[in-house]
Design a protein around this ligand. Structure first.
Ligand code: GDG
Length: 487
């Protein structure tokens, strides 16, 4: 195995550097106009695009394929700095430590986290590589914004290398209660890594609270409201801020799509191709064990069994986009879900109607919005979810103020969307009743609730999210400079 080369030194000119596991681009077949790269469809890219264009911005991340060395390049106004990963590192740092240790641990151990020392070693090594690549390009006194649980050690590594920088970190997934977090053999190192940041952002107030508790219990640092007093190596202290910045979507782009005649026509076509059922229920998730897809299907299957609904009247469309297919727990989940779909459909389908239309595929955004418009009831039944953007996308798309959102209280979105029908996905009877209530909801009540939901999602959109995080970082920078001037 060949060890990738360290990142090339480049002038330190980037005033704002985003550091994320993935670059905001995907590689496409050679010979394309844009030099073989295409903007990836992810939400983070949309969220940060305006910010990156405004500032002299750079983005540090992995290009998405193992063992490829790519020189830094410009893409749509952003300087992209690829960090190379070997196939062995993808397996240990990404599929192992990130997706088979941190992901299940931070989602309340829904699946059993595996603790493997060789994964941790690779995680440290790769985090260091990201930190070095960032230190090499950030302008003196510049700002760095690190994204998510794959890179929790980067803030402190970066602070050690470049104490002049202002560093932010945003955690997209939940932060668990201390009783669970404390399982982590490297619990101390991870907290110290995160506390290298001046601002540590979480989805929910509860996540920020869990983090502060872990810091108190494990490191004995003092915490007050959202401030944490962190000792410096020279014996002085500094303040880190840990609080909630709930992420959102670019609501206007969903509204625009929902208005397009071709998208609306497609929504109608979808209804017809399902045999014009009275009600269409919809689930859209990455195929992940945190999303509660099995619980949802159990509730739906029982409703059919109980005779409270029939396949002539109600169809469930489940888009389960392929995800992390090389991780064992995901292979198992796929088997279980596909067995369940097969059983339910086998028991209840007729020649003309299907109970569950299951789609293990990814679709373009237009198709997603057409599905949102076709769906009378959106089912978000996550067992644990940092935010859940799908809930917000459904709401934004319903420009007709119709449709019902059934939303798990274990998704971060539940804090902001009280007008949804709230459920506990572990309570199957409760979920069945909630689904029936959604199916039977009169149009006037749908309108009342949907208007309240839409107001919230349109007000608190993703531009506001990134602005408020960067404002908090600006405050932190000013505070640091003030402190330094006084010292
Ligand atoms: C993590 C946290 C947090 C899905 N299938 C297709 C498709 N999608 C899009 C959705 C949505 C996104 O992917 C998924 O975002 P979620 O928020 O629902 O969930 P995670 O992927 O688990 O994201 C989560 C998020 O980070 C942001 O901080 O909210 O809690 O787990 O935008 O629409 N998009 C298209 N085709 C698909 O087939 N086009």
């Amino acid at each position: 195995m060949t060890e990738p080369h360290p990142p090339a030194e480049r002038d330190r000119t980037a005033e704002l550097v985003v550091v994320a596991n993935r670059l905001p681009v995907d590689r496409i077949a050679d010979g394309d106009d844009e030099g073989g790269w295409r903007r990836s469809p992810g939400g983070l890219v949309t969220a940060l695009e305006p910010v990156m264009r405004r500032a002299d911005g750079a983005w540090v991340g992995w290009p998405g394929q193992p063992d490829i060395e790519v020189e830094p390049f410009e893409f749509e106004g952003t300087h992209l700095v690829p960090v190379a990963l070997s196939a062995d590192e993808v397996e240990k740092y990404y599929e192992g430590m990130s997706n088979d240790t941190f992901w299940p641990l931070y989602h309340d151990v829904i699946a059993e986290p595996r603790y493997r020392r060789v994964w941790w070693d690779a995680y440290v090594r790769v985090n260091r590589r990201f930190a070095e690549a960032t230190a090499a390009i950030a302008a003196p006194g510049g700002t760095v914004w690190v994204q998510d649980y794959q890179l929790q050690l980067v803030p402190q590594m970066l602070r050690d290398a470049r104490p002049d920088l202002t560093i932010g970190y945003f955690h997209h997934i939940p932060f668990p209660a201390y009783g669970l977090y404390s399982q982590l053999p490297w619990r101390r190192q991870v907290l110290e890594g995160l506390l290298g940041a001046d601002v540590i952002g979480f989805q929910r107030v509860a996540d920020a609270g869990n983090f502060a508790r872990a810091v108190r219990r494990q490191l004995r640092y003092e915490t007050k409201a959202s401030g944490i007093t962190v000792p410096n190596p020279d014996g002085s202290t500094r303040r880190a801020l840990a609080r909630a910045f709930p992420i959102s979507i670019d609501a206007s782009s969903y509204i625009e799509l929902a208005r397009r005649p071709d998208v609306r026509a497609r929504a109608q076509e979808i209804r017809e191709s399902l045999g014009n059922p009275k009600k269409i229920l919809l689930g859209v998730d990455r195929l992940d064990y945190t999303k509660g897809i099995r619980h949802r299907m159990k509730a739906f299957g029982e409703l059919l069994e109980d005779g409270r609904i029939s396949v002539e009247d109600v169809t469930l469309v489940q888009v389960a986009s392929p995800s992390r297919e090389r991780v064992e727990a995901y292979m198992q989940l796929r088997d279980e879900i596909e067995l369940t779909v097969g059983r339910i459909n086998g028991d209840f389908d007729t020649m003309d109607h299907t109970a569950i239309r299951y789609l293990h595929q990814a679709y373009p955004r237009e198709e997603m919005v057409a599905l949102f418009l076709a769906a009378d009831v959106m089912l978000v039944t996550a067992l644990r979810d940092g935010m859940n953007l799908v809930a917000k996308e459904y709401v934004a798309s319903r420009i007709d103020n119709r449709g019902v959102l059934v939303l798990s209280e274990f998704a971060g979105a539940a804090d902001e969307l009280p007008s949804a029908i709230r459920i506990n996905p572990h309570d199957i009877d409760g979920m069945k009743d909630a689904i029936m209530r959604a199916i039977d909801m009169p149009a006037a009540e749908q309108g009342r609730r949907m208007r309240a939901l839409r107001k919230k999602v349109i007000e608190a959109d993703v531009a506001r999210w990134s602005r408020s995080f960067l404002d908090a970082l600006d405050d932190a920078r000013r505070q640091r400079h003030g402190e330094r001037a006084q010292a």
